[in-house]
Design a protein around this ligand. Structure first.
Ligand SMILES: Nc1nc2c(ncn2[C@@H]2O[C@H](COP(=O)(O)OP(=O)(O)OP(=O)(O)O)[C@@H](O)[C@H]2O)c(=O)[nH]1
Length: 309
């Protein structure tokens, strides 16, 4: 007998997408907006994303697994080289590459450099994403779409704003449509497969980045070194979670800047990071941070290993 209430079976799709583009074009913000939870750190400082973070957008008809890369750029340090190697291995593996260009700036040599590199990844479908359309006029958007169309035959071109949520549903429809038919690759509760300590370390680094200038942003790294559970409260609710973290800089002079006069800046950073961490893990936290100098860690293979690169 046929069950007349059964829906026709839709095809479930699942696969990997990576957003590439110049620093600061809005890749992390877009990842967060699609996933709907704060996963990748965002910051107005260029090149602050260092890890291939996966955010997973779950929909009834599929899963988009977003691999956030540090961005393609010309390497200047060992860290730079490793980041580029990471980008290569990531992009060699994804189903779709989303090339992000802001609607507010003309296409430049940086965009063309990245667009040319996309040739190295023939397996991936390629989608052009025009970001930050909330800041651009209609004619700027149209001009930019025309120029993007001249770069190559895209599988799709989608204008979006991650800030005002414009066209994000269209983008996820388009991306999902380009994914292979596949069973779910992750549990529906998962929004990322990054360890919680890594996410906490990123929140600390993000708080420490706020307001620092020049080369210091690239010299900052954070690790979570230890967690200690305090006794439960008398009413049976969980006690504070103690988190012991380190903030690394490359020079003594930077240590002074990070700590601030009489420790004032570090206290501020700790306060802000603690709020974010509490929001992430849903419980009260005691955060202890120490600032350490790890000389030239961006060029030192051993130090890079210790920091998890
Ligand atoms: N107006 C507007 N601003 C945006 C939008 N998306 C991102 N931004 C801003 O652009 C800046 C950079 O955004 P990110 O998401 O950190 O950019 P990114 O490409 O990940 O940067 P890197 O990590 O340096 O590669 C931040 O200040 C964001 O708030 C958007 O849709 N509209």
């Amino acid at each position: 007998m046929t069950d007349l209430t059964a829906q026709p079976e839709g095809e479930f799709r699942a696969g990997f997408v990576s957003f590439v583009g110049r620093p600061n074009v809005g890749k992390s913000t877009l990842t967060n907006a699609l996933v709907g939870e704060k996963i990748a750190i965002t910051s107005p400082k260029p090149q602050t994303t260092r890890r291939a973070i996966r955010g997973i957008a779950h929909r009834p008809d599929g899963q988009l697994i977003i691999v956030d890369t540090p961005g393609i750029h010309r390497p200047r340090t060992l860290l730079g080289e490793r980041l580029n190697a990471l980008v290569e291995s990531t992009l060699g593996d994804v189903d779709v590459i989303g090339f992000c260009v802001p609607a507010t700036e003309k296409l430049g040599p940086g965009d063309r450099f990245i667009n040319d590199r996309l040739e190295d990844f023939p397996r991936a479908k390629k989608v052009a994403i025009l970001t930050k359309v909330d800041e651009a006029s209609q004619s700027e958007i149209i001009d930019q779409l025309t120029r993007l169309g001249e770069l190559r035959e895209w599988d799709a071109v989608v204008p979006v704003s991650a800030l005002t949520n414009e066209q994000l549903d269209v983008l996820s429809d388009v991306l999902l449509g380009l994914m292979p038919v596949s069973p779910p690759l992750y549990d529906s509760e998962d929004t990322t497969d990054e360890g919680e300590d890594d996410r906490i370390a990123e929140l600390i680094r993000e708080a420490a980045l706020d307001g620092v200038r020049d080369e210091l942003p690239h010299s900052l790294a954070a690790t979570v070194d230890d967690r200690v559970e305090r006794e439960p409260n008398e009413d049976g609710t969980p006690g504070l979670l103690e988190i012991y973290a380190s903030l690394y800089v490359e020079r003594d002079s930077q240590k002074g800047i990070v700590i601030g006069k009489g420790g004032s800046r570090l206290r501020d950073v700790g306060e802000r990071a603690r709020h974010e961490i509490e929001a992430l893990i849903g419980r009260r936290v005691f955060l202890s941070m120490r600032v350490k100098v790890l000389k030239e860690w961006q060029r030192d293979p051993k130090a890079l290993g210790r920091l998890g690169f």
